[in-house]
Design a protein around this ligand. Structure first.
Ligand SMILES: [Zn+2]
Length: 351
């Protein structure tokens, strides 16, 4: 027969389990960010339903609302629309940990995992192998990625007054920390500058960049078309958390909040010069082979300087690549094994 101590211990364990389960799981589910109605300042978690899975359960994405004390604009932060681009997630987590929301004007709505299905599968693309970020505006009754993009367009983007879309390089590549923005627009140029990026790349986010078809566009372009100033920031490398870039990224988000007069304090200037690129392009391999890239991220290279060597299976050099013009290395391949068409470097052109 159990004594009284054993019974009490069992009750205690059950009580702790109930508390743990209750605290961990139950953020309320919403269907639209406009459903968020908060009066009191604080941090609030939600699951935003984006459809349902085979078993009829919700396909939901995490939403964190940091609500300030006084009215003001809404800054939207979206991380990992590409499921292997993770550095934006800890930037959001650290913002939540560090911000004093009683000093905030307006609200921050952060989505630390927009492509939740692919994040848990360590994949860049959506479940149907489509690139979500080339599928806007999506279609209400379209295929899987089209419906998902449509829901983002209808249920997420309209709630933002300003927006930063958080990316990284993809598998087999590394990136500097760089911002993509249409710099002909004053607000977008300023937003890009506030991030303390190595490079600001002029880009409109329209289908010319790896577009699926002329009718599709990036989420950034969709937001801008809706009238929401939006930039993309590329925070380094895929499928890792990089502490240095995360802390720089966090500083950029605070700078943004200060510039928007949503948070007190001085804007922190970066300690280095940002390079400005008017355009950029990838240089690809003409043949398959084992690739060695000879230049570093952020390196300024001159026209004609050697950037890569390709060897065959026997170790014989079969080609060498040279910079076609002066530029700066925005990104580069880290994958030595390539067939013809493999990427070498992403070259930014400054002048
Ligand atoms: Zn991306």
């Amino acid at each position: 027969m159990k004594n009284i101590t054993q019974v009490l211990n069992q009750i205690l364990v059950i009580a702790i389990l109930i508390i743990v389960i209750d605290c961990g799981a139950q953020a309320p589910e919403i269907l639209n960010l406009s459903d968020v109605q908060i009066k009191k300042s604080g941090v609030y978690n939600y699951w935003l339903k984006m459809g349902s899975n085979t078993y009829g359960k919700s396909n939901s994405i995490p939403v964190i609302v940091i609500q300030g004390d006084t009215p003001g604009p809404t800054l939207g932060l979206t991380a990992a629309i590409h499921g292997n681009e993770l550095n934006g997630i800890p930037i959001i987590h650290q913002l939540v940990e560090s911000i004093n929301y009683s000093k905030l004007k307006g609200r921050v709505i952060a989505i630390p995992g927009l492509n939740a299905i692919s994040i848990q599968n360590d994949r860049r693309r959506f479940i149907d192998e489509e690139d979500l970020n080339r599928n806007f505006p999506g279609k209400e009754k379209g295929n899987r990625s089209q419906q998902y993009a449509y829901k983002i367009k209808e249920r997420v983007l309209p709630s933002f007054d300003f927006m930063i879309d958080m990316h990284t390089a993809s598998f087999g590549r590394v990136n500097t920390m760089y911002a993509r923005a249409d710099v002909s627009n004053d607000t977008l140029r300023k937003l890009a500058k506030l991030q303390g990026a190595d490079i600001i790349l002029n880009s409109k986010g329209m289908p010319s960049f790896g577009g699926v078809s002329k009718s599709t566009r990036t989420m950034r372009a969709e937001a801008v078309l809706q009238g929401t100033p939006c930039i993309t920031v590329e925070y380094g490398n895929p499928q890792v958390f990089q502490n240095n870039i995360i802390s720089r990224g966090l500083k950029g988000i605070y700078n943004t909040l200060k510039w928007l007069k949503m948070y007190p304090g001085e804007i922190e200037q970066s300690t280095f010069e940002t390079s400005h690129c008017k355009k950029s392009y990838w240089i690809y391999m003409n043949e398959g082979g084992f690739l060695e890239v000879l230049v570093d991220l952020n390196q300024h290279i001159n026209s004609g300087s050697k950037i890569a060597v390709v060897k065959d299976a026997f170790g014989t050099i079969i080609n060498e690549y040279f910079a076609p013009e002066d530029g700066i290395v925005i990104g580069k391949s880290t994958n030595p094994t390539n067939m013809s068409g493999g990427r070498i470097i992403h070259l930014g052109i400054m002048k």
